[in-house]
Design a protein around this ligand. Structure first.
Ligand SMILES: *Cc1c(COP(=O)(O)O)cnc(C)c1O
Length: 232
C-alpha cells in the first residue's frame, strides 16, 4: 500500500514542480511517520524514502535506534526545553523553534555534543490561537536574537497552514511564507541561511510546492489515516 501511495504522492510532487517551473531536486519529501509502527517505516524505506518526520520526542527516541538503515529524522512537532537533550544530535533538522528560550536550550545541548544544530523558525501564518509558532511580524526580531548563538544555525521557516478541505485557500499563506523568507534573506544576517521552507502537508503540498516549499511533510498521503489510540 505504501508503495502505491508513494507513487501517487511522487507524481503529484513532480506535476507541481512542472507547473511552477521548479526542479524535482529542489523539493524534499519528508514522510511523517507519527503514530505509525516500525513495520510501516521499514516498508517506506523499502519503497525508497530516506527522510522521516516525527512530532514527539518519546516516539523519536524509540524509533531512531530501532531503524537500522541510514535515514534522516526531522523533528516537526512542538518541543519542550527539557527534552531537547534527547534529540539534538539525533535529528537533521528541528522545524519547530518558536522562542529564543528554546533556541538557547538547543544551543546549550548542541555545544555539549559538539555539533551545530540546524533549525527552522515556526511561523503561525494563519494567526490561529490553536497553533504554535511566532507571528509573521515577530520572525525577523527572533531570528536576529537567535543568530548570535554559535551552536544553532537558522536555515529557514516552517508553518502548519490552517486546516482546510480546499488547498487553494492556503495559497495566500504559502505566498506570505515565501515572501517573509525572501525579505529576511535580503537582510543578510550573519549565521542565518534562509535556504529551507518547510510547508505543505497531505491536503495542500502541491500548492505549497507551487509557492516555493523546499520541504513538504506528508503523513496520511503515504501511510494512510492515523489512529491515535493505537500504540507503536
Ligand atoms: C502530522 C503532521 C504532518 C503530516 O500531516 P498529514 O496531513 O497527515 O500529511 C505534517 N506536519 C506536521 C507538523 C504534523 O504534525
Amino acid at each position: 500500500m505504501i508503495k502505491e501511495n508513494l507513487k501517487d504522492v511522487e507524481k503529484r510532487i513532480e506535476d507541481a514542480c512542472l507547473r511552477s517551473g521548479r526542479k524535482r531536486e529542489e523539493v524534499t519529501l519528508i514522510a511523517v511517520s507519527k503514530t505509525k509502527p516500525l513495520a510501516m517505516i521499514e516498508e517506506a524505506i523499502e519503497a525508497g524514502l530516506t527522510e522521516f518526520g516525527e512530532n514527539k520526542v518519546q516516539e523519536l527516541t524509540e524509533k531512531i535506534p530501532a531503524v537500522k538503515e541510514e535515514i534522516r529524522w526531522h523533528m516537526i512537532g512542538h518541543l519542550q526545553r527539557n527534552k531537547v537533550k534527547y534529540i539534538v544530535d539525533q535529528v537533521c533538522l528541528i522545524h519547530s523553534v518558536d522562542s529564543y528560550r528554546l533556541a538557547e536550550q538547543i544551543n546549550i545541548e548542541a555545544e555539549k555534543k559538539g555539533i551545530v544544530c540546524n533549525i527552522l523558525i515556526e511561523v503561525n501564518i494563519g494567526d490561529e490561537d490553536s497553533k504554535f509558532g511566532v507571528k509573521p511580524e515577530e520572525v525577523e526580531a527572533l531570528i536576529r536574537e537567535i543568530a548570535v548563538l554559535s551552536h544553532v544555525s537558522v536555515r529557514g521557516l516552517m508553518c502548519v497552514a490552517p486546516y482546510t478541505e480546499i488547498a487553494e485557500e492556503n495559497r495566500k499563506y504559502f505566498k506570505q511564507m515565501k515572501q517573509l523568507s525572501v525579505d529576511i534573506n535580503e537582510k543578510n544576517i550573519d549565521n542565518v541561511y534562509m535556504d529551507k521552507l518547510s510547508m505543505g502537508m497531505t491536503g495542500d503540498f502541491e500548492v505549497a510546492i507551487e509557492e516555493g516549499a523546499t520541504l513538504v511533510r506528508v503523513g496520511t498521503g503515504i501511510f494512510g489515516e492515523r489512529n491515535y489510540n493505537r500504540g507503536l
